[in-house]
Every structure is written in structure tokens, then in C-alpha cells.
Design a protein around this ligand. Sequence first.
Ligand code: PLP
Length: 385
Amino acid sequence: MKLPPNARFSTICLHAGQEPDPSTGAIVTPIYQTSTYVQDELGRHKGFEYGRTQNPTRLAVENNLAAIEGGKAAFAFASGMAAIAAIASMLQSGDHMVVSDNVYGGTFRFFEQVLSRYQLTFSYVDTSNLDAVERAVTPRTRMIFVETPTNPILTLTDLAAMADVARRHGVRLAVDNTFASPYVQQPIAFGADLVTHSTTKYLNGHSDSVGGVVIAVRDEDIEWLRFVQNSAGAILGPFDAWLVLRGTKTLALRMRQHNLNGLALAGFLDAHPKVRHVYYPGLPGHPQHQLARRQMRGFGGMVSCELGSLEAARRLLNGVRLMALAESLGGVETLISHPATMTHASVPASRRAALGISDGLVRISAGVEDIEDLQADLEQALDRV
Ligand SMILES: Cc1ncc(COP(=O)(O)O)c(C=O)c1O
């Protein structure tokens, strides 16, 4: 099992970072459920000393994810938020970060309610607007942190143009690629320095693990992230590492179906008289549809729609039978949620209103079920609206 140097995406997903187990030949990397490793003699070991510092299952998934995103190294963490915390630890007191104004609510909460206590400052900017980003950069800016597409409004940021802005100002570009997945878009290829994922979502893909990862390209960033992963200790456990490793084997297969179902559901909702607006970059009416075509492979599985009122949203959310009313996204099963009271409840109401996260907004994470069943479920639930 040798990965050819010019291996393509699916082949990389399946094989990168994994060798048959040297002691048994097991084709699947085992779950090394151990806290420590016996050393051969004083000062001589096999590269593994202590479970927080190194673990072979975690190393396999890190090498796998680094290859999938086209980075040099990856570091796996206990959650997507722990991964974002590791990126933020690259800043020092007094530093400033420019952040997409529509980032995941938990990211906003962490920056505003935790990191602001440590003399770090953040400017939330519509990163689809390059001039606005330019204007927000100050001499203290060290990083631009972008989410594209944004959650749940699905606004895009032009990654190549943003990498250019970051380079000109000598700051890092970090991209939260959770919503798209690396099948749909690879930020490092557009010039990003750091990519992060909540592996909880598409990378694991089966709604049975919580985790996060940071992928880096610069040696100094890699050295710092390795140090922080061990020093702060928010590591991904061996079983979760194994689950993500299993998940990425089918990432390309799953994403093709997520893309197909996302596009079909967006089209269905767009044509439905009870739906006022659909947010989906694959629709020709999306203001950044041309950018989506350039930057993304398919348009992803996330679709949001505006029903006009909390009551209408409630009827839809309570009316679905096949779709599950739940937080999270990126799993094989279709989830439906209400951003204003669920994922974005920690964002103040005035900010939600400014971002378009109204009480009538519903978000769907299209799974990989048969599309006819998903459409029939929405149809019968919309009948009650
Ligand atoms: C875009 C995005 N980034 C980060 C996170 C945080 O990930 P986790 O829940 O694994 O900590 C989430 C969670 O929903 C997310 O949607």
C-alpha cells in the first residue's frame, strides 16, 4: 500500500497517514488505547513517550488530515473549539484579529467572552467585502479568521483575494473550513496559512464523535501548535481519532451525495410558495454564485431558508418526521435546526438581526438519504406552515 506521489483526493482520503499495523499487518490502524509506552532503555524509545504528547492513532489521523487539506502537518484536538483555541494561542496580549462577522456562534462567544479578557481585540467584518477587511486591519492585526460559507447565511469569502490581503499586511490567514469540507474547498491551495475543522461535522461524518483539527503549512506555526497541543493538553482521544480516520475513508463519497442533496433541497425550497428566501451558493440567484463556481467543488450540503416568522419556522421544525431537529451538521442523516434559538443563541439579538439570522430562519444540513424522501418530508411539513 504505497500512496503514489500524484494520488488524487479520494485515494489520499483512504490511504494517507495509514500503513498496515507493523506488528500484525492489520489493514486498519488500531485504537492505541494507552496512556504510556514502555521504553527500550533509558533515553531510547520508539517515538512515543506519553499519551498526551503522542499517540499512534492520533498521529495517523493527523497525517491523514494534513494530506487531505494539502498542508504540512495537522494537530487533532478534543473539539472544534479546542482547535480554534489553539489557533488563537498564536496571538499575544495586545494583538488584534479580523474575523468574519457571521462566524459560528461559539467562536464569537469564545473570542468575546473569554479571549477579550486577555487584552486581545477582535473586529467582526463582512469578509465578502475586501475593502471592509482592508479598513479593519490595524498595526496590531496578526490574523484574519474567515469562515466560508458562513453559518447559517452562507455568505462566501474569496479565499485567493483574502490570502492576498493577508500577505500584503504580513498577517496570517486562518480558515474555518468546517462548513464546506476539504472535498468542496481547500483553503491552503488558495493561499491560507491555517485551516481548522470541527471534525465533529463532515470529516467524521457520522454524528458519533466530537473533535477538531488545525492544519498548518509554516514551520514556525507547526512548532507552536505541537507545543500548545501538548502543553494545554486538549488532545483528541484515540477512539475519536479512529472514528475520524474511518470517516475520512468515505469523505469523497459522502460529499458527492451531500452536494447533490443540498442542491436539490435548495431548488425545491426555492420553488415552494411558503418559503420567502433560500440561502445556498449553488443557486444562480445567490449573490456570489460565480465565486462559488470558482472556489468550490459542488456547493455543499448546508441550506438555509427564511419562512417569515417564528411561528412558521416552528411549524416546519415540529412538522418534519424524517429530518431530525438537532444542533450540529455534516452527518449522514439530515438535520434541521433553528439558528436563532439553537446554534446562534449566544449571539446577541441585535447582532443576529444585523446578520439576517431572523426568527423565521431555518437551517438544514442535508444528509445522504434518498432525495425523494427528504423532499416528501419537507413537503408534508410545509403543508402545516
Ligand atoms: C463552523 C464551525 N466551527 C467550529 C465549530 C465548533 O466545533 P465543536 O462543536 O466540535 O467544538 C462548529 C460547531 O458547530 C462549527 O459549526
